[in-house]
Design a protein around this ligand. Structure first.
Ligand code: CO
Length: 225
């Protein structure tokens, strides 16, 4: 009992202290603030503001002068050049192949980072590693790589849709499908190694993502060359 009372008392004391402490300071602060802060602020602010303004003006002037003169022209030219270069590069990006392997990327904007893959003629087997550089989950922005002849692509994509997520959106045991990976989500990666024999005929082949709605954008040519 004594302990409880003591605790209660202590609690009350703490509570009171806390409340008292809270009650007391605010008024003091409130009182003090108007008296001190405002008095100080106006006194200091103008000075600071003035200083800031001066500095800002100087900086602004300097800044205006700088970009206005050299950088502006240079930067614009550079930016234009860079933009053009980037656009050109993106439009015709060929996968970088090392040995008999390449790594391509899919992102959250429903894009592959390349639109063509050339398999060295010396490769009897080829490996495509797919990395999903986005963050969206598989169910929302799933990516895979499916390879078919160009003429089979549309039909295989449609049949893949029917096959559903449980089958990685790829028709099962389908000879038209030369290779495929499973579907992955953001941050994941997958890989497939396949024989290039079916593609050695010099025909037109495509790699694409068979996730619903993606093949219109996520596609590219793949050939043995
Ligand atoms: Co996709």
């Amino acid at each position: 009992m004594n302990i409880k009372i003591t605790l209660l008392t202590a609690s009350c004391a703490l509570a009171l202290a806390a409340c008292g402490g809270n009650d007391a300071p605010p008024p003091q602060d409130t009182t003090a603030t108007p008296a001190t802060a405002p008095a100080t602020t106006p006194g200091t602010a103008p000075g600071t503001a003035a200083g800031g303004m001066d500095t800002g003006t100087d900086a602004a002037t300097a800044g205006t002068t700088t970009p206005g003169t050299t950088p502006a022209g240079t930067t614009d030219a550079g930016a234009t050049g860079a933009a053009s270069g980037a656009a050109t590069t993106t439009a015709g990006d060929a996968a970088e192949v090392t040995g008999c392997e390449t790594t391509i990327e899919g992102n959250d904007a429903m894009q592959f980072n390349v639109n063509s893959i050339t398999i060295p003629a010396s490769c009897n087997e080829f490996t495509i590693n797919l990395e999903h550089t986005g963050q969206l989950p598989e169910a929302a922005m799933g990516h895979n790589v499916v390879i078919t002849s160009e003429s089979d692509m549309q039909a295989v994509a449609a049949d893949g849709l029917s096959a559903g997520a449980d089958n990685e959106y790829v028709p099962q045991d389908d000879d038209r499908v030369l290779a495929f990976t499973d579907i992955i989500g953001g941050g994941e990666s997958t890989s497939v190694t396949f024989s290039t024999s079916a593609m050695q005929d010099g025909g037109n082949y495509m790699f694409f993502c068979s996730f619903p709605g993606h093949s219109a954008l996520m596609k590219g040519t793949i050939s043995v060359g």
